[in-house]
Ligand binder design. Structure first.
Ligand SMILES: Cc1cc2nc3c(=O)[nH]c(=O)nc-3n(C[C@H](O)[C@H](O)[C@H](O)COP(=O)(O)OP(=O)(O)OC[C@H]3O[C@@H](n4cnc5c(N)ncnc54)[C@H](O)[C@@H]3O)c2cc1C
Length: 455
């Protein structure tokens, strides 16, 4: 008889969500974590980076006070102060999470787990058997062949969240979400920033219109970028780093941050030996996060779905509920909200125009410029809300750019996931003056009755 209903390897967003929900459903759970419960998101991902971005926003506010008639000056960044604020946020959330795990009577084991059979995990010489094993070992920051991370001049986001100084200049290799967020922080902190991106656009997974608006905004902020060109080589000396690109251009800076994506943590953990099907290190699962081995499940960044904390939470809870016999609905990955928390923010849910067309939809589009929105004028932000809909049908995608648009995703998510049409949303009344009015206005315009828009 297995000792536990579930043995979970990895206490990040996916693993701990699965543990909490399973315990809530009356299951006996052991949660094995090599470092700190909360994983990447809490300790070196979402939370620290968003604290840095908030400090960056305050820095810009101090710089731009005069624009609003407020006498203020930007005297510089005190990284010790920034880190103390950031670490305070992380530490409070960590304590809260530890308390939550304890209160649900989850057996928490600190150590490095390894799958030694289809139903057994070994940690520090002790074996734990489970009727179900959940693999939730997450991901790590990748680099390129020949590009060695030294943690000082050549760093990843792991080091970027723990810097005790503001570099004078940074090259960010990779213009995805993480690269753009760090570029935004460092520019606000006073560094010279250059992003190198091999694809034709920054945040290339977003709708092209959002990428272009972010590029325009970054250019205006003085963030440099090179698009559609690949890294060739790196040299270092005491003063800094020099990067040569395949087109022959050369860039120098104090440090290089490598943000070329994250790979699954799955090597030497006994997954293959147990017969778990994998592809390039990712564990393969079906729509209920079941691997090909009965009783073994996998969630979070370890599987080839969107690498986001809330995706990990959703997958962890899905597995818990499936094991408990609740037969939950599979996740609709199109309906996952996505945010890049740079200045300006980029937020989206649903399909891009390119994807909607690829899937054969007869697409109609509407772009509502935030210039017509009172709150956007008050905040002095530019941007837009773009709607993509099926002709005479539901909204297929919502794509937003501008300050604080991430907060509008709650409503955008409901609209997309409830398959609302523009005429269903148009009569909903939004408070004035809020950014959310722009959501209402966009749907009113698409429904043929624009108020504060030409048309
Ligand atoms: C800089 C950065 C910013 C991010 N910002 C956001 C954001 O704003 N919003 C968002 O939604 N997502 C964000 N993410 C992504 C988010 O952090 C991940 O999607 C999420 O953490 C994935 O959760 P996970 O449980 O799959 O893996 P992880 O959080 O990586 O957790 C895996 C855990 O497993 C442990 N582990 C690994 N191997 C073993 C082993 N053998 N035994 C025991 N324990 C083990 C690790 O120590 C780790 O704690 C960001 C990521 C980064 C790097």
């Amino acid at each position: 008889m297995p000792e536990f209903d579930l043995v979970i390897i990895g206490g990040g967003s996916g693993g701990y969500a699965c543990a909490l929900r399973s315990a809530q459903l009356g299951k006996s759970v052991v949660l094995i974590e090599a470092e700190k419960v909360g994983g990447t998101c809490l300790h070196k991902g979402c939370i620290p980076t968003k604290a840095l971005l908030h400090a960056a926003e305050i820095a810009d506010g101090a710089r731009e006070g005069a624009r609003f008639g407020v006498k203020s000056t930007f005297d510089g960044i005190d990284m010790a102060g920034v880190n103390s604020y950031k670490d305070g946020v992380v530490s409070r959330l960590h304590k809260g999470l530890q308390g939550l795990v304890k209160s649900r009577a989850i057996t928490y084991v600190e150590g490095h787990g390894k799958l030694i059979s289809k139903n057994t995990v070994e940690v520090n010489g002790t074996s734990y058997t489970g009727a179900n094993i959940v693999l939730a070992t997450g991901s790590y920051a990748k680099t390129l062949p020949g590009l060695e991370i030294d943690g000082k001049q050549v760093i990843t986001s792991d080091h970027g969240t723990k810097m005790d100084y503001v570099p004078k200049s940074v090259i960010v290799l990779g213009g995805g979400v993480i690269g753009c967020e760090f570029a935004s922080v460092w520019k606000s902190f006073g560094a010279e920033v250059t992003i190198i991106e091999g694809l034709p656009h920054l945040i290339a997974l977003e709708d092209e219109s959002s990428s272009k608006q972010l590029e325009r905004a970054f250019r205006k902020r003085g963030i440099n970028f090179e698009l559609g060109v690949f890294f060739k080589s790196l040299s270092k000396n005491a003063d800094g780093v020099t990067v040569t690109l395949e087109d022959g251009k050369v860039f120098s800076a104090e440090i290089l941050m490598v943000s070329v994506g994250r790979g699954p943590v799955s090597a030497d953990l006994g997954y293959e030996a147990a017969g778990v099907a994998m592809d390039r290190g990712y564990v393969l699962v079906d729509e209920k996060c079941r691997t090909n081995v009965p009783g073994i499940w996998a969630v979070g960044d370890l599987i080839p779905t969107l690498q986001l904390a809330h995706v990990g939470f959703a997958e962890g809870m899905l597995v818990a509920e499936e094991i408990a016999g609740l037969n939950p609905r599979p996740i609709n990955y199109d309906g996952i909200p996505r945010v890049t928390y740079s200045d300006p923010e980029v937020a989206s849910v649903g399909l891009t125009t390119a994807e909607a067309k690829k899937r054969g939809f007869d697409v109609v589009e509407l772009s509502y410029d935030l210039a017509g929105n009172g709150k956007a004028q008050i905040l002095n932000t530019a941007g837009s809300i773009k709607l993509i809909a099926e002709k005479d049908g539901p909204i297929l995608g919502i794509h937003m750019v501008g300050a604080r648009v991430g907060e509008l995703l709650a409503e955008a998510g409901l609209i997309f996931n409830w398959e609302a049409r523009a005429i269903d949303v148009a009569p909903l009344i939004h408070a004035h003056p809020t950014l959310s009015e722009a959501m209402g206005e966009a749907h009113m315009a698409l429904a043929g009755k624009p108020l504060h828009a030409h048309g």
